[in-house]
Design a binder for this molecule. Sequence first.
Ligand code: MEV
Length: 395
Amino acid sequence: MTTRSDLPLRGLDPRRRQDAIAAAGIIAAEDLSLFQENTLLDWAEKYGSLIENAIGAVPVPLGLAGNFIVNGQDRLIAMATEERSVVAAASKAAKLCRPLGFSAVCVRTGSVAQILYAGLEQPEAAAVAVEERLGLIRAEIRAKHDTMAKRGGGLREIWTRMIPGARGRLLLVELSLDPDEAMGANAVTRMAEKVAELLEPVIGRRRTAAICDNRRSGWRVRASAVWPNACFADGLAERILDLQAWAEGDPCRAVTHNKGIMNGVIAVALATGQDTRAIEAANHAHAVRAGDCRPLSAFGRDRNGDLWGKIDLLLPVGTVGGATGHPVAACCRRLMGVGAIEDAGADPARRFGLNNAGVLAQIIGAVGLAQNFAALRSLADEGLPAGHSRLARNR
Ligand code: MEV
């Protein structure tokens, strides 16, 4: 039987590739017709409601990376990117660390929102009044306004914080919720508005603003892999470690190092309908948390002389809400084996209590590491332009 990662896609034209994935039974007939029948104008008509004044759609090539094993599961990876070599490089990096592939773990940091009260005459007294009412407000939100609670998510906590500001001390009321399968920015912002409404009689005025917090929302993912020493010729592994040292010692290089990670992360995020800007913003902040830009990944040698790599990313992703409902995004998740919510039993990760969004976050973490490894390997070897030319010749 054809497995997901040894599909014979190379050397075929796009239509034949579509036929091959259909023949292998990993794409349903209606999904296939999505790719075969839609013109750009159809897209604008059908999905223009996502934005205002839609006049069309900008086509971004969608490709499949093979060879990925993530937590023991064979996965095809859907990647939307206009950058040449990205898909091939990810596939190559994944191939070199088979059969063990990538391990990935993640924790949900929750979705956080902030409500700002600026210009209060007595912000400390207001904070005390808010704290005194929080029990009642939590109870009211849970009883009347928490649509996620019945699915096991919903409001977790509400608290206050005071920060200095150029226009006087600012009172923040913050809340976190578990958005279940959603990325959560909209849900937590809506809940923040409701909390602010309930706080109006306590504070005596309307909130200044309420919005989700892109620094503290989503999944924190750690992924790792080991590439056997045998896959490096002539001191290549040492040169990769030199590049890692460069990124650790030089914030300018760290930014470019991390851009290589984002090549993979954003390609999967775009294919699966994520808010790519939220992912970028969160990881910028993550990379500079020690003061200046640091690499989001690390590489080293283990006792056997093999090269290990690990990555630490913030991934605010979901499988419901926003553009994740776009048919192509849903199809890409199916191609990747990120199941529907009802498929809980089909995916081993789900047995450990992880939902589909968590599984997707782990896969994206693994792709980020693969992409980074591939970039460093290419830089330390023939260099990018030569690698691009070789790929173009083989295409
Ligand atoms: C190019 O899109 C990405 C790289 O510059 C990343 C890196 O330098 O590590 C190759």
